[in-house]
Design a protein around this ligand. Sequence first.
Ligand code: ATP
Ligand code: MG
Length: 556
Amino acid sequence: MSAEPKKAHNFIQSLIEDAVVKGAHTGTVVTRFPPEPNGYLHVGHAKAICLNFGIANTFGGECNLRFDDTNPEKESQEYINAIKADVEWLGYQWQGKVHFASDYFDALYNFAEELIERGHAYVCALSADEMADFRGSLKEPGRNSPYRERAVEENLKLFGQMRDGDFQNGEMVLRAKIDMASPNINMRDPILYRIRYAEHHQTGNKWCIYPMYDFTHPISDALEGITHSLCTLEFEDHRPLYDWVLDNISVPCHPRQIEFARLNLNYTITSKRKLKRLVDEHIVDGWDDPRMPTISGLRRRGYTPESLRTFCDMIGVNKAGGTVDVGMLEFAIREDLNIRSPRAMCVMRPLKVTLTNYPADKTETLVLPVHPQNPDMGSREVTWSQTLFIDREDFVLEAPRKWKRLAPDQAVRMRGGYVMTCREIIRDQSGEIVELKCEYDENTLGVNPEGYKPNGVIHWVSATDSVECDINMYDRLFNAETPDSDKEGDMLDHLNSQSLVVLKGARVERNLALPASDLPYQFEREGYFFFDQKLTENAGKPVFNRTVTLRDSWGK
Ligand code: ATP
Ligand code: MG
């Protein structure tokens, strides 16, 4: 297991520490991360990954990766591969081989028989509607199924026939025999196995019956020797069933289930099912669209594993639910990139500048630091020449008070270069400004000019030493804080129409045509931008994704 150990204490860590001190827990701490391969992992899963691997790390224990694969119709190998890649990218390595709940299908079948033999399970032929009716409600107890008192022998035979394909989908189920009057509806004879004629990505057509989560999960945990089974709060009401299953069969150990609050982030959704809808309806460009809160989307956006781990530390682990401000996630990546990102200049909306007093055939190489606060990161070269580009937004005809950029007859410092003064404005036939004629001051490289003061510092690139690129300006995918909350409305009603604005024809320093950095760059004065390999190949020119702005300016 790699990645740095967790510093902050959470309640689960304290609880295990207590148990160790009191002698109630001895031996290795073993946890697991148990995703269902029915979609790509999202930032909520990052919390569960950091927690499970973090707890194992803290106690010198182990963490398994187990695919909870009991719904073959919704699952696929693509998802399995993506999930493994995401866990590794986050910086964690699971113990030994990857596990699958389907590895235990034979064992689970035998445990189901054991329950039947002990009189704790029966084959029931009620239809789904009847079963719902018999289940009762929160206010009313349920009623016993007419099939509840079948003899053990008959149950064993029918269960065998279910497995052998003698029945149709939905004709029979295997149910636990617990208590139809229990105040906890999960304990009212829950289904353990159902018939599904579906090919499974791991077991092919071997099975036409598949076990339910509540039966599969505790047994998989016990067979792997998991000591602490950490799951989200919605499973709290399932804990009695988790314990009931393990108490009524012969398993090697009885793991302890502990629940914690899910991560909810505002302005986004953290549900694989809903994210899948965005993919299927082509609202986004796949699971790894940089606007998706998936781990693969965040990676393509330019998020680092370090920033996601920091974020998970920041939000902590709680019993109480709540919503985290997405600004915290942005804070975490900004902090990380501010320290580590190489700097570069990119002109988003180029406006041509001609230096009237600089020879056409001359160039100079200027040496700029890769990171102004970190000399260890070295230096980079940019070229000064007669034709330069600045950003259109850095020039105005009439400068407001305290204008820190360029205006007619005013001077600015070009970042890392000379001071220049604007002397003439060239327009095209439609009247649009297409060029500025400026004079540079040859005595101002690295020193202040004599007798006048430049307005401020702006970024630039030279015509000869820059390449055209496209910039994807990403913003939040949704305008609403909780896009999926209203019962009647649709989350798609809350899409932010400006979540992707493509800037074509930006110009970036030439040495970024094939960037050497695997981190986003800080484009000075603009934000952090990450090279997109996939889009670059399609566009035939570099494409950069905006990871995050320099400052939190959302809604301002
Ligand atoms: P989804 O609804 O997005 O499909 P899930 O809980 O069904 O989520 P699983 O693949 O079953 O997804 O999740 C694997 C593990 O990750 C589980 O232990 C689950 O509790 C945890 N997990 C899922 N979503 C979150 C979240 N938003 N915050 C924290 N943990 C989560
Ligand atoms: Mg699930």
